[in-house]
Design a protein around this ligand. Structure first.
Ligand SMILES: Cc1cc2nc3c(=O)[nH]c(=O)nc-3n(C[C@H](O)[C@H](O)[C@H](O)COP(=O)(O)OP(=O)(O)OC[C@H]3O[C@@H](n4cnc5c(N)ncnc54)[C@H](O)[C@@H]3O)c2cc1C
Length: 524
């Protein structure tokens, strides 16, 4: 499996077979160009507010009868719940999804009063894996941990498996996941064949690359549950081997490292070894690594980073390493990249005492949420008269040729390290309207998660704002899973306000769900 494929998922997608209803037309305007690097995307067949309802559209892949019956019952139940939650114009406030775990980094107050979230538990199972067709059908709230386990059983995996175990399929598609296969396979939404969506106006529709709801299909990524909720998704899978051979390549400057990214993207290989996975770490201006992973049938040894050893530290120490494919997929989860150090987990004594089953990103995330809810760190800092700190937790995509410039800015102005590097290239030949990246272009995702001290007089958000401006100046995009500080006009220029408004009119004309700006910037 060499080379970097550039063909579009849309072309291959085997949609069809849906119980779709008739369309009554609707807005046809094409998407506005969303930013400096992307061209406009015409919306394709139109969505419509007047579309006749489809009672319970089925996914087109054959799903075993018992699983399908259970799924249908869950669809009927969620529609009823949604209607109840939104009747009287949602008097109790906006609808939220009730899930056991979340990987958002915008902490909101708990739901007020008697308000319940929309129960997504009926959609947290893998419905079917078809090894011959290499597709899986899964509920929208299925975690990647469960999904990967279900597919690895057949020697297959989703084309992109985000690193944190409790990220869900629907969350990664609507909130733009990424991983080290993204240079080869693009982003998670680019291997979706079709999605069953509960729309804001209470319908259940099936959106696919072609057909009546194609425009919703294209506009769903980066809509963060503001157009509707994905109840089930059919996705493509690819074959795996038992092991991954990792090669950690060191670089003495960001320029050198970014040049290597370009070369790997062009060749799809390094020194004859297929670049099945590519990501990296910047520890500083003059110490960077790219880790190139290659599927392997053999492993002279197997490392284990769920015990006393910490994966990101191994990148500095070894040039070669081997992991089972499953351990490779979750290599970042055990220590939440490096963020577990905030809990002392990289101190061997504390690590030994911390039960292995609790060395997981969702456990750390829960601890952070508890801290935020009760303001514990803030109170301690005040008592110790320590200067306040600003949380800077973001992932941004920068054109690879500007990557060194971004890193130079970041290490100088924000001074946080390490930084995660993950190259990507869209798989689709068309940009995705709400997160416009240029097809065929190589980007690098920079991920940074931590806090920085605020100097006297600096307002909260100062460093985040610097990042937002730099990303825009370099023709990049910022993911919206965390805090954002954009003014409204600037936000809509970045994220294609025109197309979003049309989708919102078509699928949630009554505004039963929050708007994207309210959710992602106002943090509602
Ligand atoms: C420290 C940190 C590091 C991260 N690193 C990575 C990374 O390396 N790779 C990566 O891929 N991602 C990463 N993420 C981001 C993560 O992928 C996104 O936050 C993603 O949206 C989380 O999905 P979730 O399933 O946990 O959804 P949630 O956190 O529950 O929800 C996220 C949003 O999506 C909406 N949503 C959830 N499910 C659905 C659905 N079925 N249909 C429609 N809308 C839905 C919710 O309403 C919400 O607005 C990181 C996040 C953090 C905090």
């Amino acid at each position: 499996m060499t080379g970097v494929t550039g063909s579009g998922a849309a072309g291959r997608a085997a949609a069809g077979g849906l119980t779709a209803s008739a369309s009554a037309g609707g807005p046809t305007a094409s998407a506005a160009a969303g930013g400096p690097t992307a061209s406009a995307s015409a919306g394709g067949p139109t969505a419509s507010a007047g579309t006749r309802d489809t009672p319970s559209p089925l996914v087109s892949a054959p799903v075993p009868a018992a699983a399908l019956d259970r799924h249908r019952a869950a669809v009927a139940a969620v529609r009823g719940d949604y209607a109840k939650l939104t009747e009287q114009g949602g008097a109790d406030g906006p609808v939220r999804l009730a899930k056991r775990a979340s990987n958002l980094f915008r902490f909101r107050d708990s739901l007020p009063g008697r308000q319940r979230g929309l129960d997504g538990t009926g959609f947290s199972r893998v419905l079917h894996v078809d090894p011959a067709a290499r597709i899986a059908v899964a509920g929208g709230m299925t975690t990647y941990e469960d999904l990967a386990d279900a597919t690895l059983r057949y020697g297959l995996m989703p084309l992109v498996v985000p690193q944190l175990k409790t990220i869900t399929l629907g969350g990664a598609v609507t909130g733009l996941g990424i991983e080290s296969t993204s240079l080869r396979n693009g982003l998670p939404h680019e291997s979706v064949v079709e999605m069953e969506i509960l729309t804001g106006d209470g319908r259940v529709v099936t959106a696919a690359p072609d057909g009546e709801h194609a425009r919703l299909f294209r506009g769903f990524p980066n809509s963060y549950g503001t157009l509707g909720y994905a109840l089930s998704l059919t996705i493509e899978l690819e074959p795996v081997r038992p092991y991954v051979h990792l090669r950690h390549l060191p670089f003495g400057s960001a320029q050198e490292c970014m040049r290597a990214v370009g070369q790997i993207a062009a060749d799809g290989a390094v020194n004859g070894a297929s670049a099945d996975f590519v990501d990296g770490i910047a520890f500083g201006h003059d110490e960077l690594y790219l880790t190139v992973g290659t599927f392997s049938d053999v492993a002279p040894w197997r490392s284990d980073y769920t015990g006393q050893q910490v994966y990101y530290q191994s990148v500095r120490r070894f040039r070669d390493d081997f992991l089972t494919t499953r351990d490779y997929l979750w290599r970042w989860d055990t220590d939440w990249f490096w963020c577990s150090r905030a809990f002392g987990l990289q101190n061997p004594a504390i690590r030994r005492m911390w039960p292995r089953r609790y060395r997981r990103s969702d456990i750390y995330r829960r601890l952070v949420a508890f801290d935020r809810r009760h303001g514990l760190t803030e109170q301690m800092d005040r008592a110790r008269q320590v200067s306040p700190r600003e949380t800077v937790i973001q992932d941004v995509e920068i054109p690879a040729e500007k990557g060194a410039e971004f890193l130079d800015f970041f290490l100088r102005e924000i001074r946080m390290r390490p930084v995660w590097l993950c190259p990507l290239r869209l798989r689709s030949a068309e940009p995705w309207p709400l997160y416009p990246l240029a097809p065929g272009h190589v980007y690098v995702n920079f991920g940074f998660w931590g806090t920085v001290p605020l100097s006297p007089g600096q307002p909260g958000g100062h460093h985040n704002r610097l990042v937002e401006r730099e990303v825009a100046a370099l023709g990049g995009r910022k993911g919206l899973y965390s805090t954002a500080y954009y003014g409204e006009d600037e936000f809509w220029r970045q994220y294609n306000g025109q197309e979003y408004a049309e989708l919102k009119r078509a699928y949630d004309p009554g505004g039963r769900l929050l708007g994207l700006y309210d959710k992602c910037v106002r943090g509602r």
